[in-house]
Design a protein around this ligand. Structure first.
Ligand code: SF4
Ligand code: FES
Length: 331
């Protein structure tokens, strides 16, 4: 078994070097994963040097802390949005596409569960999440009265070559499209809608978005509520169709121009749904790899590359820790 040397999502950030450097398991630096020479392809600040300068300790650990609950809104008996108070720096970190945190309604850390950030308000210092009650962990969040426990921010909720980010975490546009008022396509199912809102909330002003939303597990009220707070939607730059995603696999709707345009007309295509739909829709719609952004559906537990819950083994037996690695090999 061999760990893949994929570029680590945390490399060069305030959370690097992480605990993997202390255990000799860094995903990028050869010196910090047991070899005696430098042969990494990382071209940012030297991770080994940072680690040595920090007395061989990891930096910027994400501590778990209590956050006051400001409000909850129930959309059905098992679906709610929850708004919590955090500091401004934390909201800024959470504004990047694909950001998520570990949230818990219990003081016991084993109730921590990964939840995508749906909205951040940097002025008022708040974060909003959509939570679907499924089992013990999400029920505990629903039952927590005045505070929740939070750990983060983690960055790897989205994968794919279509997601290129600048230093502030904003998706960059492809230069060849920039003169043509680019369009982005969002295909979401269930709470995959939440990370789409986080991006649409900061949609660059020249970009328009088409959304195909499958409401299974969420409600139309939650969709209209969430989008009505996004400037891009208020300006009419967001068009949406609500339909089961299975209908997208039937090309008749597309060819009749009923829901989405031809894929060539989109600069980016986000598929925020289960792996089944990521595979079938990206293949059926012929989405080029360079445009595709998709949900990271791997099971997350520690988020730090330590526990192994998120490991993905490719056909050659190589393992990627998908809480840290930026791409999987089979898409
Ligand atoms: S695994 Fe990533 S975050 Fe941790 S030390 Fe290596 S590059 Fe930095
Ligand atoms: S979630 Fe623990 S190693 Fe990735």
């Amino acid at each position: 078994m061999k760990y893949n040397n994929c570029i680590c999502i945390d490399a060069g950030t305030p959370n690097c070097p992480c605990p993997l450097a202390e255990t000799g398991d860094c995903l990028v630096c050869s010196r910090l994963n047991g070899r005696d020479k430098c042969d990494c392809s990382w071209c940012g600040l030297c991770i080994y040097n940072e680690f040595m300068q920090n007395d061989r300790r990891s930096a910027g650990r994400r501590e778990r802390f209590e956050a006051p609950v400001l409000s909850r809104r129930w959309y059905s008996s098992d679906l709610m949005t929850i708004k919590i108070k955090v500091d401004r720096g934390f909201t800024l970190a959470g504004a990047g596409p694909g950001s998520f945190v570990f949230l818990s309604g219990s003081a016991e850390p084993f109730f921590d569960t990964p939840v995508s950030i749906m909205r951040t308000d940097t002025k008022e210092g708040t974060m909003t999440f959509a939570v679907k009650m499924i089992s013990a962990k999400t029920k505990a969040i629903a039952q927590a009265e005045d505070k929740v426990y939070i750990r983060g921010v983690y960055r790897n909720g989205l994968l794919g070559e279509g997601l290129r980010q600048d230093a502030k975490g904003a998706p960059l546009q492809d230069e060849k499209f920039s003169a043509f008022s680019p369009r982005w396509l969002f295909i979401t199912k269930g709470v995959g809608f939440a990370p789409a809102v986080n991006i649409i909330d900061r949609l660059p002003e020249e970009v328009s978005a088409d959304m195909v939303i499958d409401t299974e597990k969420i409600t139309e009220e939650m969709i209209s509520d969430s989008l009505s707070r996004c400037e891009a939607a208020r300006e009419g730059r967001v068009k949406m169709d609500i339909m089961p995603l299975s209908r997208l696999l039937d090309r008749q709707d597309i060819e009749a121009g009923k829901c989405i345009r031809e894929i060539e007309e989109y600069e980016k295509v986000f598929i925020l749904a289960s792996d089944h739909y990521i595979h079938t829709l990206s293949a059926e719609l012929n989405v080029p790899a360079g445009k595709l952004v998709y949900a990271n559906n791997f099971h997350m537990c520690c988020g730090e590359g330590v526990c192994g819950a998120c490991c993905h083994v490719d056909e050659n037996g190589n393992v990627s820790k998908m809480c840290k690695c930026r791409r999987r090999k089979d898409l």
